[in-house]
Design a protein around this ligand. Structure first.
Ligand SMILES: Nc1ncnc2c1ncn2[C@@H]1O[C@H](COP(=O)(O)OP(=O)(O)OP(=O)(O)O)[C@@H](O)[C@H]1O
Length: 233
């Protein structure tokens, strides 16, 4: 299922937050989205998830414009920020709640989470703590795992390495690449960490001031140097 972005524009007052003429993401790609603060990364993800109304243009997932149908939600998993969580629930309650929305029983939820034991590192399940009392890193992990629960064909993660310790960052990279390879899913990840981005991405999109200024093939890991040079200036 390809994703098509066409003439997509979002403006706040006089500020152009995003202005992309055309961009296509092919099914199975891992796209790394990089760009300095305020470049438009989160705005792009919010438009892709129909959390924002575009001033012009559209995002299509497969044949469906995201703003005109809900069907794509069944095959899309996303975690952008803490607003995706329900902070008065325990992690288990939250996962079961998300599971129920996807018609997954508790046993299936438990089985699917068990695969990510290393990533959870004994700090998520069985803690008898509400999500609001967990560390920023563990909240981030809960959001990412909830996004994966329904085994989506498309995963969108905004700065998923934020707040994670180095071991968890490494575990997340392995987890995402393994998920992509075993399911053929498309994954979009924004990050300020160029090394992590180049480690996992097959293609890298560089956004600045709302414009897509580079579309770099990284299937052979070659985009790193160009990115280092660009950001060093
Ligand atoms: N609700 C809003 N009202 C006004 N301006 C906004 C709003 N949301 C975003 N912007 C502006 O749009 C631009 C793009 O913001 P966005 O959050 O998408 O960037 P980003 O690349 O995700 O940045 P960061 O790396 O800092 O998270 C910025 O100039 C930002 O100030």
């Amino acid at each position: 299922m390809d994703i098509t972005i066409d003439q997509l524009k979002k403006v706040y007052g006089t500020k152009v937050a995003l202005d992309i003429d055309h961009y296509t993401i092919r099914h199975g790609e891992i796209i790394g989205l990089v760009g300095n603060n305020g470049a438009g990364k989160t705005t792009l993800f919010r438009l892709m998830l129909d959390l924002l109304k575009a001033d012009n243009g559209f995002v299509r997932i497969g044949e469906t414009e995201v703003s005109s149908s809900e069907a794509w939600k069944e095959t899309t998993g996303a975690y952008l920020d803490e607003s995706f969580l329900i902070d008065y629930l325990t992690p288990e309650e939250y996962f079961y709640f998300v599971g129920r929305m996807c018609n997954l029983n508790r046993q299936t939820v438990d089985e699917r989470l068990a695969v990510y034991e290393r990533f959870m590192n004994d700090e998520i399940l069985g803690q008898k703590k509400l999500i609001r009392n967990l560390s920023a890193g563990n909240k981030q992990k809960i959001g990412i795992l909830a996004a994966l629960l329904n085994q989506p064909e498309l995963i969108i993660l905004d700065e998923p390495f934020n707040f994670l310790d180095p071991s968890s960052q490494s575990a997340l990279k392995q987890l995402l690449v393994a998920y992509n390879q075993s399911t053929g899913a498309t994954i979009l990840v924004s990050s300020h960490n160029l090394n992590h981005t180049t480690d996992i991405s097959t293609r890298i999109a560089l956004l600045e001031h709302g414009k897509l200024i580079r579309d770099l093939d990284n299937s052979d890991g070659s985009a790193g140097n160009e990115l280092e040079t660009y950001f060093a200036v």
